[in-house]
Design a protein around this ligand. Structure first.
Ligand code: SAH
Ligand code: SF4
Length: 347
C-alpha cells in the first residue's frame, strides 16, 4: 500500500485531511479487503480510489492450505511479473505468524535451499514486504473476527541483511502503532550470518529477535553449505554475535537444519556447543533444530531418533533446545522449500 501516493492524491482532490487516516485505519486496523468496504467514505470517493489505486503491491495468484490446516502458502505476482511466496503459520491456537520473503530468489545460494538454487533476481521494496502481512491480515479478517497476525518472521525467500534498507523500513512499518502495531519482540529476522548486518541490526533494532542460521561450525563445511561464509567466516560471525549480545542483552536464536551425513552426529552437537561457549554463556542462545525438509536435491533428513539424540545431547550440556515442527511441507511451504516452482510458466 502506497499511502503517501494516496495522501498526495487526496490533497490534490481537495479532500479533508482526515480521509488519509480513515483509509489507513480501515486497512491496517480492520483489514478491509478494498476501498469499497470503507463505508465511512462517501461512495463516489470510494469508487474513485478503487479505480485509481490497488491496495496491494502484489497480486495473490494461488493460496494453498496444508492438510493439517496449520499452514497456508500464498504465491504473489509482483508488478514486474516476478513471483514470491509467503506463509501463514499457526503456532498456537488463534495465534498466527506470517513468514515473509525479502527478495526474489537469494544470492547466498545455499545448495540445500530451494530459494538459493534460483539465485537472486531482485530485492523486494518495503511495500512488497509489508503487503505480504497486509494480505494475511485481510485473509484472517475474512476467516473470523478474532483472527489476527500476532507475529512476523523474516524467514521466507531471501537474505534479509542483503536487502537491509527495505527490511529496516518494513520493520518500522510493522511495529508502528498507526500501522500494524506488532510488538518488536514478536518479530524475528533470520540471517545466514551476515556479520555486518548483525552489527547494524543490534544498533537499530535491539528489540527485534535475531536468528542466525549456523548449520555447522566447521569452516570448510560451512563454506559449501552457506557460501556467504567465505565473506563472513565463522570467526567474524562469532565476533558479530558477541557484539550483538553485548549491545542488546537479548538472546540469539541459532537455526540448525539437520542433514544426514553432514551435520547430524553427536560429535557435531559437541562441536556446536564448543563453538558457542566462548561467544557467550549458553543461556544467551536458543538452539532451533529443524529436520531437513526435502527440496529435491541430494540432502536428506536424519531419522527422528537422531534428531532427538542431537537435541538431548545439547540439553544435557545445559542448552535451550527446540525441535521445530515442520509445518506446511505438503504445500511446499516449509523452511527452505519456497521457490515458486508450482507457478513456473504460468501467467
Ligand atoms: N536467508 C535467511 C532466512 C530465510 S531461510 C537464512 O538463511 O537464515 C529460513 C531458514 O530455513 C534458515 O534457517 C534456512 O537455513 C532454513 N532452511 C533452508 N532450506 C531448508 C531446508 N530444506 N530444510 C530445513 N531448513 C531449511
Ligand atoms: Fe538464501 Fe537463506 Fe536459502 Fe541460504 S537458506 S539460500 S541464505 S534463503
Amino acid at each position: 500500500m502506497e499511502l503517501t501516493k494516496i495522501e498526495a492524491w487526496l490533497k490534490e482532490k481537495g479532500e479533508p485531511h482526515f480521509r488519509a487516516k480513515q483509509i489507513r485505519e480501515a486497512f491496517y486496523k480492520k483489514f478491509v479487503p478494498g476501498f469499497e468496504a470503507i463505508t465511512a467514505l462517501p461512495a463516489p470517493l470510494r469508487e474513485a480510489l478503487g479505480r485509481r489505486f490497488r491496495p496491494l503491491s502484489l497480486e495473490p495468484e494461488q493460496v494453498l492450505v496444508s492438510a493439517a490446516g496449520d499452514a497456508v502458502k500464498a504465491s504473489f505476482r509482483l508488478k514486474d511479473g516476478e513471483v514470491v511466496e509467503s506463509v501463514l503459520l499457526s503456532l498456537a491456537a488463534e495465534k498466527w505468524t506470517v513468514c515473509v520473503s525479502t527478495q526474489v530468489g537469494c544470492g547466498v545460494r545455499c545448495p540445500f535451499c530451494a530459494t538459493g538454487r534460483k539465485g537472486l533476481k531482485r530485492n523486494l521494496s518495503p511495500e512488497e514486504i509489508t503487503d505480504q502481512v497486509l494480505f494475511w491480515g485481510q485473509y484472517l479478517a475474512k476467516e473470523g473476527p478474532d483472527r489476527r497476525v500476532g507475529g512476523v518472521v523474516f524467514m521466507g525467500m531471501g537474505e534479509p541483511f542483503m536487502n537491509y534498507n527495505a527490511v529496516s523500513e518494513s520493520l518500522k512499518r510493522l511495529s508502528d502503532p498507526d500501522y500494524f502495531g506488532i510488538g518488536q519482540r514478536h518479530i524475528s529476522v533470520s540471517t545466514a550470518g551476515h556479520a555486518q548486518g548483525i552489527l547494524r541490526f543490534a544498533r537499530e533494532f535491539p528489540q527485534v529477535n535475531l536468528a542466525v542460521s549456523l548449520h555447522t561450525v566447521d569452516e570448510e563445511v560451512r563454506d559449501k553449505l552457506v557460501p556467504m561464509n567465505k565473506l563472513y567466516p565463522l570467526r567474524k560471525l562469532a565476533k558479530a554475535m558477541e557484539e550483538y549480545l553485548r549491545a542488546t542483552r537479548r538472546r540469539i536464536f541459532i537455526e540448525y537444519a539437520l542433514m544426514e551425513g553432514i551435520n547430524a552426529e553427536e560429535k557435531n552437537a559437541r562441536q556446536l556447543y564448543e563453538w558457542l561457549k566462548p561467544v557467550a554463556p549458553l543461556k544467551y542462545f536458543t538452539i532451533n533444530l529443524i529436520a531437513y525438509n526435502e527440496t529435491g536435491g541430494k540432502y536428506r533428513a536424519p531419522s527422528r531418533e537422531k534428531v532427538k539424540a542431537f537435541a538431548d545431547f545439547l540439553e544435557m550440556l545445559g542448552a535451550t533446545v527446540t525441535v521445530r515442527k515442520s509445518l506446511g511441507s505438503d504445500i511446499r511451504g516449509a523452511c527452505g522449500q519456497l521457490a515458486s516452482t508450482n507457478l513456473k510458466g504460468k501467467k
